[in-house]
Design a protein around this ligand. Structure first.
Ligand SMILES: Nc1nc2c(c(=O)[nH]1)N[C@H]1C(S)=C(S)[C@@H](COP(=O)(O)OP(=O)(O)OC[C@H]3O[C@@H](n4cnc5c(N)ncnc54)[C@H](O)[C@@H]3O)O[C@H]1N2
Ligand code: MOO
Length: 379
């Protein structure tokens, strides 16, 4: 995707198209980490009384330099006076008429943040390709940047196919219809991975009409996602509807469960991703294929969103069949618990599960406590 400059406040969730270097030192000079008194190490002793010669507030004028037997009233983030080595918290001092007495044990720690101890001007703080998560936003602003060069958000168009589908909120009165749920979930996942939803279209199982809809979607988006009609049914038009637009398939299906009918192609210079209509299959394949595609389009390493980690099982897992299998699981304190309903058509379990467990085809059953490779489905 091309790069664009966006203001800091709109930069979260975007991916940097430039490396970001600090424009200043942080802290700019030695500052206090506590509210209290700044003094010299040589004067720090329980019972010692020091003369208070000035004060230092964050953003205020520099305090006078310290001599022997002197201290400065200081607040968190305020500049340390020249000559000071440490700050003693005010809770450990008593103050009276221009004098401060160290009342009790004040250690450990000097409560001083050295100049440049966080970063130095010119330091590389964020590399190109870095996702601007909330932490990175703080770093960016701390580097004294008010905007950043980021990759444009990929535009995604969604087409849901199926005569039985109707807009959510309108299904209950017609027993022949079901709510169109998948495009909403895929759109939400796409947004979580940096996409902008350019269009959400719904088509009935009619090839001519679907071909026109495909053309409309290809005009508006970088990635077109078509859901349903991916299998071998007589009205499965997901691929044929792109034929007139020059569909070139990269892969027509994948030996995984759920989600076998997932496919990827190019048409009219755009990416076209076909997801199965079954809601669980659609969300699993969106996580496994759409998330890395969106990452790559934004200049990120796609592997960054496929961060499989080992976790113990908190319950047994059955043997796997002849397809690589992705079990939906809940994350519990003692490990991952596969949800009971592993049906590809399930919708309720999508709200219960946060993890995908990956197992190779023909893997044996596992007991609770054994480690499995797992991926968070949503952040
Ligand atoms: N003979 C075979 N039949 C099927 C095979 C096969 O290999 N041979 N594969 C099965 C597998 S695996 C899957 S997954 C499904 C995928 O089918 P489609 O992608 O063609 O999806 P549909 O048939 O259109 O719908 C499946 C199911 O999902 C419901 N659906 C569809 N779209 C939505 C939506 N947007 N929101 C909510 N629900 C949706 C639809 O009503 C169906 O119940 O095929 C198997 N069949
Ligand atoms: O891929 Mo299908 O999702 O196995 O039901």
């Amino acid at each position: 995707m091309p790069a664009e400059n966006v203001p800091l406040i709109e930069a979260d969730g975007r991916v940097l198209a430039e490396p970001v270097r600090a424009a200043l030192d942080a802290p700019r000079r030695a500052v206090s980490a506590m509210d209290g008194y700044a003094l010299r190490d040589a004067d720090a002793a329980i019972g010692a009384t020091l003369r208070v010669i000035g004060e230092s507030f964050a953003g205020g004028a520099l305090p006078p330099p310290l001599g022997a037997g002197e201290c400065v009233r200081i607040f968190t983030g305020a500049a340390l006076p020249d000559g000071a080595d440490r700050v003693i918290m005010q809770e450990n001092c008593t103050a009276d008429a221009g004098a401060m007495t160290i009342a009790r044990e004040y250690g450990p720690g000097w409560h001083v943040r050295a100049a440049g101890s966080d970063f130095r001007a010119g330091d590389l703080l964020l590399p190109a390709g870095r996702l601007l998560d909330p932490g990175a936003i703080v770093t960016l602003a701390g580097a004294d940047r008010d905007s950043a060069l980021v990759h444009a958000a990929p535009r995604v168009a969604l087409i849901a196919t199926g005569d039985e589908l109707t807009a959510p909120g309108t299904a209950r009165d017609n027993p022949l219809t079901i709510p169109e749920s998948v495009s909403f979930g895929v759109a939400a996942l796409a947004r979580q991975h940096g996409a902008r939803i350019a269009a959400r279209l719904r088509g009935t199982d009619d090839l001519a009409a679907l071909t026109a809809l495909a053309g409309q979607a290809l005009e508006q988006a970088d990635v077109v996602i078509v859901t349903g009609g991916a299998s071998v049914g007589e009205r499965d038009f997901a691929k044929p509807m792109f034929a007139a637009h020059g569909l070139e398939l990269l892969f027509p299906k994948v030996a995984i469960k759920p989600g076998k009918p997932v496919w990827l192609g190019r048409a009219s210079g755009r990416w076209v991703l076909g997801l199965p209509g079954n809601p669980t299959s659609a969300m699993v394949t969106a996580r496994l294929f759409l998330a890395p595609l969106l990452a790559a389009l934004q200049g990120r390493d796609p592997a960054a969103v496929l961060n499989w980690q080992d976790h113990p099982l908190s319950a047994p897992l059955p043997a796997t069949g002849d397809r690589e299998t992705f079990w939906r699981a809940r994350g519990l304190a003692d490990g991952l618990e596969p949800v009971r309903n592993q049906d590809s058509g399930a919708q309720a379990t999508l709200a219960a599960a946060q993890w995908l467990i990956r197992r190779a085809a023909d893997s044996p059953a596992l007991d609770a406590g054994q480690p499995v490779s797992a991926l968070r489905i949503w952040p």
